[in-house]
Design a protein. Structure first.
Lengths: 215, 281
């Protein structure tokens, strides 16, 4: 236990880095994912195809491979940024596909009559999406969005292998430095993750029960 | 379900607008791709010499061995996760608290932690308890801890998705709880959750790439060794080759899942859906 209490400052810094990485990447990925979802439901075939291609490619690629492309391939074309920025790029690029699917399933969940009514009063595609569909879609889509954010928070741990000193990296570093206290040290890290993921999961569950359409 | 309701079949003006939108869309996407291509070409990324590295026998053997190691670790972890997941599902549905609670805690705990952390728990932690864990075993145990929890929930959702009448009818003809589960519920549940299960297996296969972090010589690790040996400029062809290999294996598994989903829905009613969060993780 002493090894844990002696390194509380490192835990705290790791925790903050994980939170920062999660918040920044979630915001970027949500924005990109919403654009991708709009592309995938639009009547314009090339945009639909591009959105679908992006989602299908990313879904079948491990996040680790995405990190490889960002961290090792971008410098080959003279794009050199800090490890943290690289991590934000890789995590956002990967999760944008999942945010897209969450938003799209929300759009699909809005009753067809809503879109038909919007059209019949003369709204254009963009207007009916903005004024009628999306406000309702966001209601049903919040629980799945939170779940994707939880997954994203857990996945930021992979940044540990690519130079970002977040929670997992702190854990590995401390465990290697204090061979006699590996389990309590990593257990502390696990606790930090659970502090993020468990309440978020309960929140998503509670919201899901509240907004569920009665069918 | 698609969203045909979002717009009418286009009239003449609508068709013109869609054509204009298509042109702009193609122009923008094309411009972005061209920009990236120009940047890459400027660095000689399209030189035939660079890409010929993928035809070299030693590189192919290195990546082939890596792919084999990836598939091996994935295969073993899949079998273990499915077995353990089935036990966890039955455990969580048990009437006995001392069975249901630990099974529930297992699922909550291991689903809430990053897989990489679990792998390090096994890799750095178990040797402290006097157990010898080579990298492959650490990877497989980590994958199994995590995926057994997710797959357990898929099984449980499959069983719970069945109409109550199935259980009631089974009790009415005098079957016990165990018999009902084994003879009536499980055979039907398996068909409903097969699509979700297969897509979770895709995620598991993707996650074997974390073995690279602890030094298990799977596809990605071998690719990295290759690039370190040949030089950084070969990272583009080699990592592209690796990405294509992952996408090919996973896309064929996903296609199987979709086929299963379609035939399942036709014959056995609505299939259990897996959450996006499980897929992203």
């Amino acid at each position: 236990m002493d090894a844990v209490t002696a390194n509380l400052d490192q835990y705290w810094r790791g925790f903050l880095t994980t939170l920062e990485l999660t918040a920044l990447s979630s915001a970027l990925a949500l924005a990109a994912g919403t654009v991708l979802a709009a592309m995938r439901v639009s009547p314009v075939p090339p945009l639909r195809a591009a959105g679908t291609a992006y989602v299908e490619i990313v879904r079948n690629t491990p996040l680790t491979v995405v990190f490889f492309f960002v961290v090792f391939v971008l410098p080959q074309v003279d794009i050199r940024l800090g490890f943290f920025v690289f991590a934000v790029i890789a995590v956002s690029a990967y999760h944008a596909a999942f945010f897209c699917e969450a938003v799209r399933s929300g759009i699909n969940a809005v009753a067809a009559g809503q879109a038909e009514a919007a059209r019949s009063i003369g709204l254009t595609f963009a207007q009916s999406l903005r004024l009628v569909i999306l406000p309702q879609a966001f209601r049903t889509v919040i629980p799945p969005l939170i779940s994707v954010v939880i997954a994203l928070a857990k996945n930021t741990s992979i940044a540990a292998a690519f130079g970002t000193v977040e929670l997992t990296a702190v854990g590995i570093r401390l465990a290697n430095a204090n061979g006699d206290a590996v389990l309590p040290l990593l257990g502390g890290i696990a606790l930090c993750y659970l502090v993020i993921t468990l309440p978020a999961g309960w929140l998503a569950g509670a919201l899901e029960r509240r907004v569920a359409f009665v069918s | 379900m698609s969203v045909p309701a979002l717009y009418d079949a286009a009239g003449p003006r609508g068709r013109r607008r869609i054509a204009a939108g298509s042109a702009v869309g193609v122009a923008v996407i094309g411009a972005l791709l061209a920009l990236a291509a120009a940047r890459l070409a400027g660095k000689g990324a399209f030189d035939a010499e660079l890409w010929r590295v993928l035809t070299r026998g030693d590189v192919q053997r290195l990546l082939g061995r890596g792919l084999l190691a990836t598939l091996q670790a994935a295969g073993i972890a899949m079998a273990l996760s499915i077995g353990l997941g089935a036990l966890l599902a039955v455990g969580r549905l048990s009437r006995r608290d001392w069975v249901a609670r630990p099974a529930g805690a297992w699922v909550q705990l291991f689903r809430g932690l990053p897989l990489l952390l679990l792998i390090f728990f096994v890799f750095l932690g178990l040797p402290r308890l006097g157990l010898d864990v080579p990298t492959r075993r650490a990877l497989i145990i980590g994958l199994t801890l995590y995926n057994s929890a997710v797959i357990g929930e898929i099984f449980r959702a499959g069983i719970l998705s069945l109409p109550r009448g199935q259980t009631e009818a089974a009790f009415a003809i005098g079957l016990g709880r165990g018999q009902t589960l084994r003879l009536i519920l499980l055979p039907q549940a398996v068909r409903r959750m097969l699509p979700a299960l297969v897509s979770q297996l895709v995620t598991l296969l993707k996650d074997t790439s974390l073995g690279f972090v602890i030094g298990y010589t799977e596809l990605l690790r071998n690719g990295r060794s290759g690039v370190e040996f040949l030089g950084g400029r070969y990272s583009i062809p080699i990592y592209t080759g690796i990405a294509v290999a992952y996408i090919a294996v996973n896309a064929s598994l996903s296609a199987t899942a979709r086929l299963l989903d379609r035939s399942t829905r036709r014959r056995y009613g609505r299939a259990v859906q897996r959450t996006l969060a499980d897929e992203a993780a």
